[in-house]
Design a protein around this ligand. Structure first.
Ligand SMILES: N[C@H](CCC[C@H](N)C(=O)O)C(=O)O
Length: 275
């Protein structure tokens, strides 16, 4: 039996989205890893499932899985893609969806055939107490030349941001992802501050590796930049795949604005992927 999927991306951070609201599929971590494989499967940075919400305020419950089969509590770029899909389905520009990290509000700002949809997602409040991580220790271990004190927080998923002048330091990402400092591993952002309202960011994602963009990573990097006195509360974040705007508002919510695009649709025989 073939299952319909939609292939979308946010600034090149790409997703396979499967709708389980009518039929739930037996998506084990191994099967998800097979489907996310860029050679043997469809290929994606994160595999996304839609299911019926538990909270009546939400239109849909969304889950995000890395290509290694692990689940992520947040995924900013995929959240914009889901908002675009569900907004189109419900003929609305404002919607709420449920994630493992709680309810997220989204607003569709514009729809364009070529450029795709521009969406603002309220990614909620950063948990800066997530990990009183002695990051300086990691820094010493790795002798990372820094342009500012690093910082860690959770956007519903763990992020550590290292402020550097040379983005080639991102090659330290794999070692830092699994550093014992992070009991659940972590997404590792390397940020170069180019102006008080602008940064260049590369993220080594937990369970996925380097991606062309990381929405929750951009949110974490801006909040961490503000915490370290390196940036303003509203910054343009340039990533390999393009730009998004992050604003940490007065209510302590982090608003992320950027594009969401549909690449293609297709069908797949899920049973062909071992459980
Ligand atoms: N690409 C996603 C982040 C995925 C996070 C995942 N790698 C984790 O294990 O937390 C984003 O746009 O926010």
């Amino acid at each position: 039996m073939r299952t319909f999927f939609q292939k979308m991306h946010g600034l090149g951070n790409d997703f396979v989205i499967v709708d389980e609201r009518a039929t739930s599929f037996d998506l084990t971590p191994r099967r998800i890893a097979g489907l996310a494989d860029r050679r043997r499967g469809i290929g994606c940075d994160q595999f996304v499932t839609l299911s019926a919400p538990e909270d009546s305020k939400a239109s849909v419950f969304v889950r995000f899985f890395n290509p290694d089969g692990s689940e992520a509590g947040a995924c900013g770029n995929a959240s914009r893609c889901v908002a675009s899909l569900i907004g189109q389905e419900l003929h609305t520009d404002s919607l709420t969806f449920e994630t493992q990290n709680g309810l997220l509000e989204a607003r569709i700002l514009s729809r364009d055939e070529m450029k795709g949809t521009v969406v603002t997602v309220d990614m909620g409040r950063p948990r800066t107490d997530w990990q009183a991580v002695p990051l300086a220790k990691a820094v010493d271990t790795l002798r990372l030349p820094l342009a500012g004190e690093p910082a860690a927080l959770s956007m519903g998923n763990p992020h550590a941001t290292f402020f550097v002048t040379d983005l080639s330091e991102a090659e330290r990402g794999p070692a830092l992802e699994i550093d014992p400092l992070f009991p659940d591993r972590a997404n590792i952002g390397f940020a170069r501050i180019d102006a008080p309202d602008r940064m260049r960011l590369r993220v080594w994602e937990r369970g996925a590796g380097f991606t062309l963009a990381c929405g929750s990573g951009a949110c974490a990097a801006v909040v961490n930049a503000v915490r370290r006195g390196l940036g303003e509360r509203r910054m343009t974040v340039e990533v390999d795949g393009g730009e998004m705007v992050i604003a940490w508002d007065a209510d302590d919510h982090v608003l992320m604005t950027g594009p969401a695009q549909l690449a293609f649709e297709g069908t797949v025989d899920l049973e062909a992927y071992p459980k």
